[in-house]
Every structure is written in C-alpha cells, then in structure tokens.
Design a protein around this ligand. Structure first.
Ligand code: NAD
Ligand code: TYD
Length: 343
C-alpha cells in the first residue's frame, strides 16, 4: 500500500460529519506526515466526538467555522495544496422541510471554497458529491448511472448538490482550477447520524422501537461501506485525472429498502413485526444504481467490504457506542416528530 502522497497541507471541509470524520481517520492513519485542517461549522450533524482519537495529534487542527464565511476561508486557504470538500447539508428529508440552507451551504458555500482555492493555487480541489444528482431510475430496469448520465436532480438536496457540481466544473473550465468530482452512492458505517435509515433502524431496534419504512419499501439504493468510500477518494486523489468525474458505488445487484431492513432485523435477531410502513417521502426517488466500472478499470479500485460484513461491523459499533448516538437522537426528537407525522 503506498503511503506517499504529494499533498502536504490538506483542508477538509465538513470533517466533523459522518463521511468527513471517517475520511480524516483514514487519511491520518495512512499519511501521518501530512498536515490536516478540518473546517466545520458543527451544525446538528457535526460532532467532535467523531474525532477524539485524532484531536491531539500535532498535525491535526480543527477550526469551527462556516464555509460561507469568505473572510475565514480566505484566511485558512494560504499554504493549502489539497481541498477535500465534504461540508454540506446532507439529509433529503430535512431538505424537504427547509430547503434554503441547502442552497446556501451546498451551492454558495462551495463557491466560496472554490474562489479561495483558485486564488491560492491549490494542486487539487476534490469535490465530494452524490449519485442523487442523476435523478431516479425505474424499478426492475438494469439501467445504471455513469459519468455521462444527464443531471436530473429531484429533491432540494440533490438540486443543491447538482448546483455545486456545476460550479466546480465551471471553475475548472473557466479559470483552470484543478479539480475532480466523485459522485458516490449511499454510505453507511460508524458515526452515521441516527436520522438516516441504517443507524435509525439499528438504534430503534436496540431501543425496542419499530423501524419506519417509507411507502412500499421497494425503493432501491446502492450501499457502500464508508471506509470503502474513503479508499475510493484516496485512489482518485492519487491516480485520478484532472477534470474527471468518477462514480463510486458498492453493489452489483439491486436491494430494496425493505430487504435491507429485513437483513438488519435478521442480523440483530429481531422479528419482522418491527417493520412499520409509514407515509412516503415527497418526491421519493425510486431507484439508484451506480456503474463504478470506470473507477475499477482505470484506477483499480473496488469495495473491500461486503454488505453483510459492513452491516455486521456497523451493528456491533452502534451496540457498543450508545453514548455516541443516544444524545444525538435526543436532539433530533423535534425533527422526528415533524418528519414522521402521519396523515
Ligand atoms: P453529514 O451531514 O454527516 O456531515 C456534514 C458536515 O458538514 C457536518 O459536520 C456539518 O457540521 C458540516 N457543515 C454543514 N454545513 C456547513 C457549513 N455551512 N460550513 C461548514 N461546515 C458545515 O454529511 P455526510 O453524510 O458526511 O456527507 C458528506 C458529504 O458527502 C456531503 O457533501 C454529501 O453530499 C456527500 N455524500 C454523502 C453520502 C451519504 O450517503 N451520506 C453519499 C454521497 C455523497
Ligand atoms: P436516507 O438514509 O435518508 O438516504 P437518501 O434518501 O439520501 O438515499 O434514506 C435511504 C432510503 O431509506 C431512502 O429510500 C429513504 C428510505 N428511508 C425509509 O424508508 N425510512 C426512513 O425512516 C428513512 C430515514 C429513510
């Protein structure tokens, strides 16, 4: 495994969130000779508990701040040679309840970072995006998203992420900013905020509660263990080509939300009467499926962890870390009340 990197000073935005914190652990373990600055506003989704193991490292620095704060971003950027941009509002259901902040952070916030990165001549701006920008595929079809798929976002979240992708390409084309975009499918794993399906299902079962499944439960997502997403970003950062887009995914066969929930129930030794069908999400995308063959063929990347292995690890982590998720669920009570209101 190569442990050399041309990047010496890295800015990670949104590093106190789910994927950002997993990436920081991954990166600092693999490239201990680099300096890493984590800029995070600590919204409801940001949590410094995710970073306890690294907080005292001399080459790690946390700055609490908003990517919308141009002055702050301009102060931090000098000397940075790589930006890995995770910071975003990320929950589709919250984007339905309160779209404005998604546009502010995801679109304008990205532009603030791009401008400062350009001015300071970074070697690479790596933009972390989602497969949701490509819209929704039909159930029972074998169609997949690839890097030629036209954009067709359908939720305020995916529309704001699409806007951010367009801005990144615009800065590349117009001003010559070196960039790469990765569009990844649904991640799961440690430090996943307990409003999202997997951690909600696991922690609800631990608490003796039911698992809310939207609509008929037939919606399909492409799931990837978060550390595999980190290794994909690593591959792209070191072997990817400038101005390219790489799609990252985990599965080769469709699996519906209902099937996944049943897998979780079985792995936890619970009964299927713990499933509760609830009102569907507005505009609920039916199916995502990612063709990740470009990343596989060109950069020799593939996921390491199967869905069953990843779920087993994740379940055991949530069982062992109630002190991490219980306070977060407590703080989300208001959101749960509004989001799961029936009728
Ligand atoms: P998350 O919600 O867990 O974390 C987001 C982090 O960004 C939090 O720490 C939050 O405090 C921070 N943040 C939010 N607004 C900010 C602002 N204005 N300024 C500074 N920091 C701010 O999200 P995540 O699941 O870790 O997702 C990270 C990135 O990966 C996002 O860009 C998301 O679109 C993308 N992505 C996520 C998934 C997934 O399945 N979770 C899949 C593909 C792509
Ligand atoms: P989520 O984890 O919110 O990710 P995304 O919407 O970004 O794909 O949801 C994953 C899938 O699970 C999605 O199809 C919506 C569904 N879902 C439920 O059925 N019940 C729930 O309580 C939640 C949060 C999600």
């Amino acid at each position: 495994m190569p442990t050399n990197t041309p990047y010496k000073n890295i800015l990670v935005s949104g590093g106190a969130g789910f994927i950002g914190s997993n990436f920081i652990h991954y990166w600092l373990k693999k490239y201990p000779d680099t300096n890493l600055v984590n800029l995070d506003a600590l919204t409801y989704a940001g949590n410094l508990e995710n970073l306890k193991e690294v907080e005292n490292l001399p080459n790690y620095k946390f700055i609490q701040g908003n990517i919308l704060d141009r002055q702050l971003v301009n102060e931090i950027m000098p000397g940075i040679d790589l930006v890995v941009h995770f910071a975003a509002e990320s929950h589709v259901d919250r984007s339905i309840l309160e779209p404005a902040v998604f546009l502010e952070t995801n679109a304008i916030g990205t532009q603030v970072l791009l401008e400062a990165a350009l001015k300071n001549k970074v070697k690479r701006f790596h933009h972390i995006s989602t497969d949701e920008v490509f819209g929704s595929l039909e159930l029972e079809s074998d169609e997949q998203f690839n890097d030629q798929t036209p954009y067709d976002p359908r939720s305020p979240y995916s529309a704001s992420k699409a806007a951010s992708d367009h801005l990144v390409r615009a800065y590349g084309e117009t001003f010559g900013l070196p960039y790469i975009i990765t569009n990844c499918s649904n991640n799961y794993g440690e430090y996943h905020f307990p409003e999202k399906l997997f951690p909600l299902a696991i922690t609800n079962l631990i608490e003796g509660k039911k698992i809310p499944v939207y609509g008929d439960g037939k919606n399909v997502r492409d799931w990837l263990y978060v550390q595999d997403h980190c290794s994909a970003i690593d591959a792209v950062l070191h072997r990817g080509e400038n101005a390219e887009t790489y799609l990252v995914g985990g599965l080769t066969e469709d699996i519906s939300n209902l099937e996944i929930v049943k897998m979780i129930i079985n792995l936890m030794g619970e009964s299927e009467d713990k499933i509760e069908f609830v009102k569907d999400r507005l505009g609920h995308d039916r199916r995502y499926s990612v063709d990740w063959s470009k990343l596989n063929k060109k950069l020799d990347w593939k996921p390491d962890v199967t869905l069953e292995e990843g779920l087993t690890k994740t379940i055991s982590w949530y069982k062992n870390n109630p002190q991490w998720w219980q306070p977060l669920k407590e703080k989300s009570q208001e959101f749960f009340k509004i989001n799961y209101k029936q009728g």
